[in-house]
Ligand binder design. Structure first.
Ligand code: ADP
Length: 218
């Protein structure tokens, strides 16, 4: 589902990624762990086509994205990749439902279809009663689940998450992690999760250890 070959990336004179090769299978839940500054977020951003490597190729579901033009790329990204960040990044002036619908609107989905899809996902997450609430009326765990719902609205094959449970307490953390597994089991999505949470890393299908811009071999 995701294939990275020979990925390098520098910021100025600092080489942050030093030739990364990584393949992730469909339906796999992979955690990326390692010390701060190891290059985990940079790798995730490149995997998600939000940043470009200096060298190497990125292929998502057989499509080599590293050679796409920006317009084509942003449509591809919006359709095929869902993002979940540490801080939910919901738009405060919109309701939970409207926030979830945004990527569908960007993809040109009709208002009715987007509403139907969003309500179905919110229901799956037990958030039906919260659909018309604004982010400041939701708990931390609920906000993060709304952010996951938004990442799912276009049925992307890949979900990339950067410290998704980093701002949650233990109970909400476990619920969110369980949600990832439920989604994978139900929808077959592929998850790549950058995390410091050892409990999560332990239960993922595979853990990739990054150190100083490289993947540590076990
Ligand atoms: P990690 O996620 O493992 O903590 P990052 O990928 O965030 O690591 O960062 C790796 C290194 O690259 C760090 O030293 C960071 O300061 C640097 N870095 C990341 N993004 C940028 C950027 N846009 N400009 C300059 N330096 C950056």
């Amino acid at each position: 589902m995701i294939k990275l070959e020979g990925i390098t990336k520098s910021f100025g004179s600092l080489q942050v990624l030093k030739g990364i090769d990584l393949e992730i299978n469909k339906g796999e839940i992979v955690s990326i762990v390692g010390p701060s500054g190891a290059g985990k977020t940079t790798l995730l951003q490149i995997m998600g086509t939000l940043d470009e490597p200096d060298a190497g190729t990125v292929a998502i579901d057989g499509t080599v994205v590293s050679r796409m033009k920006e317009k084509e790329l942003s449509a591809f990204r919006n359709k095929n990749i869902g993002f979940v960040f540490q801080f939910h990044q919901l738009l405060p002036e919109f309701t939970a439902l409207e926030n979830v619908m945004i990527p569908a609107f960007i993809a040109g989905v009709s208002s009715k279809e987007a509403t139907d899809r969003a309500m179905e996902i919110l229901a799956f997450m037990g958030l039906t009663e919260r659909a018309s609430h604004k982010p400041n009326e939701l708990s931390g765990g609920e906000k993060q689940r709304v952010a996951v719902a938004r990442a799912l609205i276009n049925h992307p094959a890949v979900i990339l998450a950067d410290e998704p449970s980093g701002s949650l307490d233990t109970h909400n953390k476990e619920d969110l992690h369980q949600l990832f597994f439920d989604l994978r089991d139900r929808l077959g999505q592929t998850f790549v999760i950058v995390t410091h949470d050892e409990g999560l890393a332990k239960i993922t299908d595979r853990t990739v250890h990054m150190v100083d811009g490289t993947i540590k071999k076990d």
